[in-house]
Design a protein around this ligand. Structure first.
Ligand code: UDP
Ligand code: MG
Length: 154
């Protein structure tokens, strides 16, 4: 099944929303296949946010992402990259629709509680960036046949 990477940003850690957000992913039927806590270094963040290093807000983004330890998580599911982006909502929490994670937990364009991979290429690179191979678990929960129909599981 497809995999994606989530980061619980310091805004989720400090405000204590990790459990509620994980709940949403589990309720949707997505499978946790890796999870750990870490501090993000400037070097790692420059790689992860390479598309943003020249933006004026980058120093603020760096500081915000290093303000506390974070939790990184790998989720698996059918079309999970798109499903998680839809659940995450728009970048700016003030534009994110109610019902989305950012829509319900964020009122900021910066402090928007989670990162979620935005394409198959990004997801593959990001999972490699944050996890060692042996930290990713390939497993099939017994109830997966009630999450997807037999037509949807390959
Ligand atoms: N960001 C910001 N100001 C902006 C755009 C982005 O501070 O104008 C931060 C914000 O925390 C966002 C992150 O940079 O989540 C990555 O930006 P991206 O455009 O990749 O948005 P995302 O994929 O997180 O929705
Ligand atoms: Mg992005």
């Amino acid at each position: 099944m497809e995999k994606t990477l989530i980061i619980f940003k310091p805004s989720a850690m400090e405000r204590g929303f990790v459990g509620q957000i994980i709940n949403r992913f589990q309720q949707k039927g997505l499978v946790i296949c890796g999870i750990k806590m870490m501090r993000l270094s400037e070097e790692l963040l420059r790689e992860h946010y390479a598309h943003l290093v020249d933006k004026s807000f980058f120093p603020v983004l760096l500081k915000s992402m290093m303000a506390s330890p974070v939790i990184v998580m790998c989720l698996a599911g059918k079309d999970v990259i798109n499903v998680v982006r839809l659940m995450t909502g728009a970048t700016n929490g003030r534009d994110a629709l109610p019902g989305t994670i950012r829509g319900d937990f964020s009122a900021s364009n910066q402090e928007n509680v989670i990162h979620a991979s935005s394409s198959p290429e990004d997801a593959a690179a990001e999972i490699k960036r944050f996890f060692k191979d042996e930290e990713i678990f390939e497993w099939t929960p017994a109830n997966l046949k009630y999450v997807y129909s037999e037509l949807e599981i390959d």
